[in-house]
Design a protein around this ligand. Structure first.
Ligand code: 5RP
Length: 239
């Protein structure tokens, strides 16, 4: 643990027979070994985490409950009979399990493709360990191909867009059916393309202090401690 991660080479054997969905299921299942029996587990958001929640159903009687990072995950957890605690009721979590839109060799991530970045960062911050689960397509040498989600207070969106333009990024308001999407926290989202984030810690620190930014979807201060990466030849554990 602690050293730089190795970027694995792609295994050619049987690649075409393994779907992305199957890789997500593989890492969702593999994450169970990080869940402490009798404890409360932090649960992220997204299609990979949905696989983890499905797997967690098998050990639902062995956990006290979960702290969830979104309304969507809360509904899924409750549907399988896992009690969901408010984050304020729990001082510290042993582990937080969540996906990523991109992850680099140092465990820094882009997150927020599912619009849950603010609550994800909050639950990650109260967890001792962040276990990232992802299929191998998410591992990149440098963050930035995936547009960086940024949750913003709506009245600041235009100015924040100009601030990103000044650093070479193009910010677009995330829309659904032609109208701005509204997050679980009642705010808007910008998706910023055109950035290469070679220094994730510095980038996160800078953007986070712009007035009107609720959360930037770069997770460097709350980076992954471990990444379970789904590959056609099995789960690679990067730590
Ligand atoms: C949601 C997230 C997700 O973890 C991220 O978008 C990855 O999602 P998926 O597992 O569906 O690829 O940050 O806000």
């Amino acid at each position: 643990a602690g050293g730089a991660w190795i970027i694995p080479s792609v295994n050619q054997a049987g690649d075409c027979r393994v779907t992305q969905d199957e890789l997500k299921a593989l890492v969702g299942q593999a994450a169970l070994r990080y869940v402490e029996p009798g404890g409360i587990v932090g649960v992220g958001t997204g299609s990979t985490v949905n696989k983890f929640i499905e797997a967690l159903a098998a050990m639902k009687d062995q956990v006290r409950g979960a702290v969830s990072s979104s309304v969507a995950s809360t509904e899924r957890l409750k549907a399988i009979g896992i009690p969901v605690f408010d984050a304020n009721e729990v001082e510290e979590l042993a582990v937080y399990i969540d996906g990523a839109d991109e992850i680099d060799g140092g465990g820094h991530m882009i997150k927020g493709g599912g619009a849950a970045l603010t609550r994800e960062k909050i639950v990650a911050a109260q967890s001792r360990r962040f276990v990232c689960i992802a299929d191998e397509s998410k591992l990149v040498p440098v963050l930035g191909n995936f547009p960086v989600p940024v949750e913003v207070i709506p009245m600041a969106a235009a100015r924040i867009t100009r601030q990103f333009a000044a650093m070479g990024g193009q910010a677009r308001l995330r829309l659904k059916d032609g109208v701005p999407i509204v997050t679980d926290n009642g705010q808007h989202l910008l998706d910023v393309s055109g950035l290469k984030i070679a220094q994730p810690l510095a980038f996160e620190s800078e953007v986070n202090q712009w007035p009107g930014v609720v959360t930037v979807g770069v997770f460097a201060h709350q980076k992954a401690s471990v990444c379970l990466l789904g590959t056609p030849s099995g789960v690679r554990t990067l730590d």
